[in-house]
Design a protein around this ligand. Structure first.
Ligand code: PGA
Length: 268
């Protein structure tokens, strides 16, 4: 089903597989319409199947990634690119090495400690360079997002300044706990990250937010129907003029009772 709430398009799909395919089709359509698209990409468990579906589409000759440019949302800090938990590794392993993206056309925030006397200044420079690279590429055409249990987008944790660009963040306890499932122990989860800011996300021409599973249901209700507040960073998306949410039924559990009045038609 498809709904329009406060200007946000919401698709509710039967399950994770259908949700992923819907998202993959939207990304593939973007790249087909504009082969030089600038994509904002996300990591985490939610987009994994979307990447798989895009790889299949590439293998079948349906989509060509050779001209796209991409910017990832975030990276742990500090972390080495070779570390299997790094988002650089994730992207290479789950997507980039399996499609025909051009070397040098993808960007991920630098996770390595900047070794210089003016450490913070050097890091700030890297963040500013990331913002500038996005601008130089013409801005993000389509930004893919997940949502954290605490409402974060990228690693913009509750209490974020909405005007922020790429910056270093201290990860929320809830995020560290949620992401510890990917590490041997919670102590191994980096406590900091480099993340695009809310400003970068809001400047994207289109936003595609994916959410799957009951665990995301409460926060989606707050994001969609609640106040726009830094306490729920994703709530700022209510002010973006081209947002599409792709949810599976489980993620939509809490909002479904409120959605009927917003229905805009049957989606196949
Ligand atoms: P997840 O993470 O896809 O692993 O649930 C989403 C996020 O934290 O943004």
């Amino acid at each position: 089903m498809k709904y329009n709430v406060r200007g946000m398009k919401i698709f509710v799909l039967e399950d994770y597989a259908q949700m992923s395919m819907k998202a993959a089709r939207i990304v593939a359509a973007q790249v087909t319409i504009k082969p030089q698209s600038v994509l904002g990409l996300a990591t985490g468990s939610t987009p994994l199947k979307m990447y798989e579906d895009l790889i299949h589409m590439y293998q079948q000759g349906i989509v060509d990634f050779s001209e796209i440019i991409s910017f990832n949302l975030d990276e742990y800090y500090p972390i080495e690119k070779e570390n299997e938990q790094s988002y650089a590794y994730y992207m290479k392993h789950h997507f980039f090495s399996k499609i025909n993206i051009t070397e040098g056309n993808y960007h991920i925030p630098e996770g390595l400690i900047v070794k210089s006397s003016g450490h913070d200044k050097a890091l700030e420079q890297l963040c500013n360079n990331y913002d500038q690279a996005i601008i130089d590429a013409g801005g993000i055409d389509l930004q893919v997002l997940g949502i954290g249990n605490n409402g974060h987008i990228g690693f913009n944790e509750p209490d974020i300044r909405f005007e922020s660009g790429t910056h270093k963040v201290l990860l929320d306890e809830e995020t560290i706990l949620a992401n510890s499932r990917f590490f041997k122990s919670i102590d191994e989860v980096p406590k900091q990250a480099i993340s695009m800011g809310v400003r970068n996300i809001m400047h994207s021409k289109k936003v595609l937010l994916l959410a799957s599973g009951l665990g995301k249901s409460e926060i989606l209700k707050a994001m969609i129907f609640g106040d726009i507040t830094p306490q729920v960073p994703a709530s700022i998306l209510q002010l973006h003029n081209d947002v599409t949410l792709i949810l599976d039924k489980a993620a939509a559990t809490e909002i479904l009772p409120f959605l009927t009045q917003y229905e805009i038609g049957l989606v196949r």
